[in-house]
Ligand binder design. Structure first.
Ligand SMILES: Cc1cc2nc3c(=O)[nH]c(=O)nc-3n(C[C@H](O)[C@H](O)[C@H](O)COP(=O)(O)O)c2cc1C
Length: 195
């Protein structure tokens, strides 16, 4: 079997538009119905939706797209990084924004921040980051969404992430719950930045 992977020369937001095109190309010849998206502010997922409305060949109503933002307090106490207006705009298009504890840092981050060292879950995150920041993000949001019941385990989904802002990585994976994290399977990389 031969399949293609797009390698971006550099990580980062500048790859967002191309990444979106590649995801839609891949969606157009697959039966995948779930898309897990990491869009902290909602900016990049709004671009994805616009492009899907223009060039997805299937019925958009058959797709289940879920957004994930950072947990409250990631940047500043009691604050979310997605505003109500954007969240509502997405909701009107049927897209939920999930906000919760990050699966691949979680309370472990609080422990290592206070006492130093590293927790096992942070080692999983660091290992996935050896591929790209986005690969870690794809894995992380798929666990978070599986645990929230918003995406199924045991079914292939597309997951999209990036490096800080925008999108530069997309994968096809089977999500797993946090209690069975090593059942998660990465099947394909659609696009990834070179390190
Ligand atoms: C739960 C979560 C965890 C994230 N973790 C990382 C990370 O470890 N490294 C990184 O470079 N970006 C991380 N991001 C950022 C995303 O990969 C992506 O670039 C960003 O959400 C795009 O948001 P935007 O649409 O506001 O630009 C994370 C985002 C979310 C929602």
């Amino acid at each position: 079997m031969k399949k293609s992977i797009t390698y971006f020369e550099n990580p980062g937001e500048e790859n967002t538009d191309e990444l979106i095109k590649l995801v839609i190309d891949r969606l157009n010849y697959s039966k995948i119905k779930y898309i897990a998206v990491a869009s902290v502010t909602g900016k990049s997922i709004l671009k994805l939706i616009k492009e899907l409305e223009n060039s997805y060949e299937g019925n958009l109503k058959d797709l289940k797209i879920i957004n994930v933002s950072h947990h409250a307090g990631f940047k500043k106490d009691n604050e979310l990084e997605i505003d109500d207006e954007t969240r509502l705009k997405l909701e009107k298009k049927g897209i939920i924004t999930y906000v919760g504890s990050h699966a691949l840092s979680g309370v472990g981050r609080g422990i290592s921040n206070k006492f130093g060292g590293v927790t096992p879950v942070e080692i999983i995150a660091a290992t996935l980051r050896m591929f790209s920041q986005g690969i870690k993000v794809c894995g992380e949001i798929s666990i978070m969404l599986a645990d929230s019941g918003l995406i199924p385990v045991g079914e292939n989904i597309i997951a999209i992430g990036g490096t800080g802002k925008g999108f530069d990585t997309a994968t096809i994976l089977t999500p797993a719950n946090m209690t069975k994290v090593f059942d998660m399977k990465f099947h394909e990389i659609i696009a990834i930045p070179l390190p």
